[in-house]
Ligand binder design. Structure first.
Ligand code: TXA
Ligand code: MG
Length: 357
């Protein structure tokens, strides 16, 4: 048992320098870290996750001054853009993609000519990164295609036997992966939405920022960003978003209990009457998890709620969000993006009756 955080950081650092894998806390999700100078350790990251080798990794650094070695053809304009974004958002949940320097190994970049960089905002991981001048690669510490981990327990469940150590930094404060902005092209492009919105980035850069959405033809894109895959961040349990807008939660629960009397069902929604609606007296009671109407709080709890419900082996998990709430704040876009990838598809009560009832 380690007595304090600095000892834990020291141990993590020693293990990483020995070429071992260590799970690290960040403000977004836990990462599966390897030293960037150790190709064999990086190879183990891909093996541990079951991740295809052409999916590039994010390089995590402690300080902005370290980024310049990793890039090339950085014009004064790009340097200024990076500095502006860094000043505003680093350390924090933003990943910046730049043209990579020639020495940067293909195993990190998936043979692409760009590299993704981020300075994460977690005191333990920042302390760790200060001991590793070449930084760490760190994809989310989950098996490929599964829900990202936001607690050490989530990492332990999925990759516990594949990591030498889990650096315990408590639950992640943001809970969704970083926003990824590509600065390597003509115009900044958001490749993955996150809690830093494209509007915030556009305001800081003082120029328009493109936002690749689901409808863009991703198959023709050589860039393997996470949004490229249809199913990602997915629980094992069948998971649907209910698209009926006008129904109240209590009414929806009653309907579902009527349509699916034999099924073990969970519903994720917003709080309406109380934190958890439990119908203990009913045989087919639905398990209800009410998440906040505030996107920051909802985002922080979303993956951990999915992890929890997935463990409980329901037949189906449903999610029902209030259209009036989710259209009020642009940060819901990143939650909706993850929800869209985690769910099989949207479904109406009418379809549930027809298909499952
Ligand atoms: O919040 C985060 O970004 C977390 C924490 C641990 O930092 N990391 C994370 O890593 O989400 P990962 O590997 O699960 O997702 C990063 C995504 C990859 O799926 C990859 O497709 C994309 O970033 N990516 C990395 N390098 C890229 C590049 N050069 N061009 C395009 N996409 C890139
Ligand atoms: Mg991931």
């Amino acid at each position: 048992m380690l007595v304090n955080a600095s000892e834990a950081v020291k141990l993590a650092s020693t293990l990483l320098k020995q070429g071992k894998l260590v799970a690290i806390p960040t403000e977004t999700v836990y990462g599966l870290a390897a030293d960037t100078t150790q190709p064999e350790a990086i190879r183990q990251v891909f093996i541990a996750k079951g991740r295809p080798s052409n999916h590039p990794l994010i390089v995590h650094l402690a300080d902005l001054s370290q980024i310049w070695d990793w890039g090339k053809q950085l014009s004064p304009g790009i340097i200024k853009d990076i500095e502006c974004l860094a000043q505003q958002f680093w350390p924090g949940p933003l990943t910046i993609i730049i043209k990579k320097a020639d020495w940067v190994p293909d195993i990190i970049t998936g043979q692409q000519d760009t590299v993704a960089i981020r300075i994460p905002n977690h005191p333990l991981t920042l302390a760790l990164l200060r001991t590793l001048p070449n930084g760490l690669v760190a994809p989310s510490a989950n098996c490929f295609g599964r829900i990202s981990p936001t607690t050490p327990a989530h990492v332990h469940k999925e990759l516990g036997n594949k990591v030498a150590y889990i650096l315990d930094g408590g639950p992640c404060t943001i809970g969704l992966e970083s926003t990824i902005v590509n600065l390597s092209g003509e115009q900044p492009v958001i490749l993955r939405p996150g809690m830093i919105s494209h509007e915030q980035i556009s305001a800081v850069l003082n120029k328009p920022v493109l936002f690749i959405n689901k409808n863009t033809d991703q198959n023709s894109s050589p860039i393997r960003a996470p949004g490229v895959l249809d199913s990602h961040y997915a629980p094992k349990t069948a998971f649907y978003r209910i698209s009926d807008n006008d129904i109240k939660t209590a009414e929806l629960i009653n309907e579902l209990e009527m349509i699916l009397p034999e099924s073990k069902i969970a519903l994720i929604g917003h709080p309406e009457r109380q934190n958890r609606i439990e119908h203990r007296n009913k045989k087919n009671a639905i398990t209800y998890r009410a998440l906040s109407t505030h996107p920051d709080e909802f985002g922080q709890k979303f993956y951990s709620t999915l992890h929890e419900l997935d463990e409980m082996e329901f037949d189906t998990i449903f999610c029902h969000l209030d259209e009036k709430i989710i259209t009020q704040d642009i940060r819901w876009l990143s939650i909706l993006d993850r929800l869209q990838k985690a769910t099989q598809h949207n479904i109406t009560l009418e379809q549930i009756k027809l298909i499952m009832g």
